[in-house]
Design a protein around this ligand. Structure first.
Ligand SMILES: Cc1cc2nc3c(=O)[nH]c(=O)nc-3n(C[C@H](O)[C@H](O)[C@H](O)COP(=O)(O)OP(=O)(O)OC[C@H]3O[C@@H](n4cnc5c(N)ncnc54)[C@H](O)[C@@H]3O)c2cc1C
Length: 444
């Protein structure tokens, strides 16, 4: 057991904890039995304080390994510490892809379950939990196999439960059959936010995957100009060369923290402009590798260092369809405030999961990357919280580093139900995290 300073991907709010690396379910059982306060950690890709626990014990689960053969129906059993990257390296050459992937492959199975991650295909495929058939879960009252059929309350509370219902040691996942390692992508540049939102509302139904990269530094008639990328898996008939290669490793790395001040309104405007110009104004069925389409940021290792020592906040919210104007207002507030923001990511959501802390809801989700620094930033984000709340929306816990407990409870009205299920498997409240303490997610 060693002491470590831990933080999330945004590198804000570090805290010091004892860290151990269990290698088996039996190890996890022992640690839960002998420790006062515990939380699981995967690859630390949640942005805020979800996978850390100041003064407590953090189980670094990356050593929970193992990938079974994929059976004829596409079922695979995977250790909770295996990343999507590692899983795809094994399964893609055999023609199996994960049905849901977030914007990075560097997340573990445990982290994907705990955040119930979503990808560019939520409007078609739902989130990660929709494809998990069973999992081994170690709780303070014992280890068990949990399925949506036999233990529905605990299964769904664990999906999106941010590690607070137990430690996942293994999952059985339904994979997706693919014929090639390409996606056929249609790209369109949109002159403003209204235009791209209209296109998504009317056209996303024709695509398995859809994402818009929105420029939040433009104002007036071009406020929220965007690049919309939508695609479907290429079949064998669509390509001249039949290939099924695993993910491509990063080509670049950021070796040290960038000096503070390098990211300012001017430098970000220049970056956003270059990104916008680089995209074709209209292109159809361009074959892209799965890595390029799904995980463009994985091409640069440790890219979060680019934000310097102070780090950055990712602010992601979901709002229902009826409140689409909240997206417009949020981008308008940001662009007129002059607070720098890299390209925002706008996606459509389908229905959420039965889980009490499920984040998605039918409608829109917007994710903003904001360097910490500008004095106006906290005030603007507080205003955005109010806006999201008034629209019946919510903030994503996997990205959050700053929400307060009252707003969290209002955004997640089924929090009491989550607390009840959590208390059944953790009556002494051993499972907690900096996030859970800050937002009062579990009972006292
Ligand atoms: C570049 C980038 C892009 C991203 N894009 C998306 C996206 O498109 N969609 C999306 O949904 N998310 C996205 N994320 C967020 C990321 O998918 C989630 O935060 C995910 O949970 C991270 O997994 P991890 O293994 O790094 O977990 P950690 O960050 O280490 O932990 C996250 C949570 O999972 C819990 N946990 C970890 N392992 C276990 C376990 N074995 N058992 C129980 N609980 C466990 C932790 O306690 C914590 O609450 C992105 C993150 C990055 C950095």
């Amino acid at each position: 057991m060693t002491k470590h300073v831990l933080h999330g991907w945004g590198r804000t709010a570090p805290s010091v904890a004892d860290v151990v690396s269990p290698t088996s379910e039996a190890d996890v059982i022992t640690h839960l039995a002998t420790s006062a306060h515990v939380i699981a950690r995967g690859l630390g890709r949640s942005y805020g304080d979800a996978a850390q626990l100041g003064g407590g014990l953090v189980l670094d689960n990356r050593s929970l390994r193992g990938i079974s053969p994929v059976d004829a129906d596409g079922l695979v059993t995977v250790g909770a510490g295996v990343s999507i990257d590692e899983l795809l390296s094994v399964t893609m050459p055999l023609g199996w892809f994960v049905p849901v992937t977030p914007g990075t492959r560097q997340v573990t199975m445990g982290g994907a379950v705990a955040a119930d991650v979503h990808g560019k295909g939520h409007h078609k495929d739902g989130s990660f939990g929709n494809h998990v058939r069973s999992m081994r879960l170690v709780t303070p009252v014992g280890a068990r196999t949990v399925t949506p059929e036999q233990d529905a309350d605990l299964f769904w509370a664990t999906m999106g439960g941010m590690g607070l219902t137990g430690v996942v040691t293994e999952i059985t996942l339904q994979m997706r059959k693919i014929e090639t390692d390409r996606v056929l992508v249609d790209t369109d540049r949109h002159k403003n936010l209204d235009s791209v939102m209209d296109a998504m509302l009317t056209g996303d139904v024709h695509y398995n995957y859809s994402v818009a990269w929105v420029d939040c530094m433009t104002k007036g008639a071009s406020m929220g100009r965007a690049i919309l990328e939508r695609g479907n898996h290429a079949t064998a008939a669509d390509v001249t060369e039949l290939r099924l290669q695993g993910p491509t490793p990063p080509k670049l790395a950021v070796p040290f923290n960038a000096p503070s001040g390098i990211l300012n309104p001017l430098s970000i405007k220049i970056f956003n402009e270059a990104w916008f110009r680089k995209a074709p104004s209209h292109e159809e069925r361009a074959p892209k590798t799965l890595s390029t389409f799904f995980h463009p940021l994985d091409g640069v290792k440790d890219w979060n260092r680019f934000y310097g020592r102070k780090g950055f906040v990712q602010y992601q919210f979901a709002v229902p369809d009826a409140a689409g104007e909240t997206v417009t207002t949020a981008i308008d507030r940001l662009s007129s405030s002059g607070v720098p923001s890299f390209l925002a990511v706008l996606k459509r959501f389908g229905a959420g999961n039965p889980g009490p802390l499920s984040f998605p809801m039918p409608g829109w989700t917007l994710a903003l990357d904001l360097p910490v620094g500008p004095s106006k930033l906290p005030g603007i984000l507080d205003q955005l919280d109010e806006l999201v709340l008034a629209a019946g929306g919510r903030i994503y816990f996997a990205k959050d580093a700053r929400l307060d407990p009252a707003k969290a409870a209002a955004m997640y009205p089924r929090l009491p139900e989550f607390r009840r299920i959590q208390a059944q498997v953790d009556p002494e409240h051993k499972l907690t995290s900096d996030l859970a303490r800050r937002l009062e997610l579990i009972g006292k």
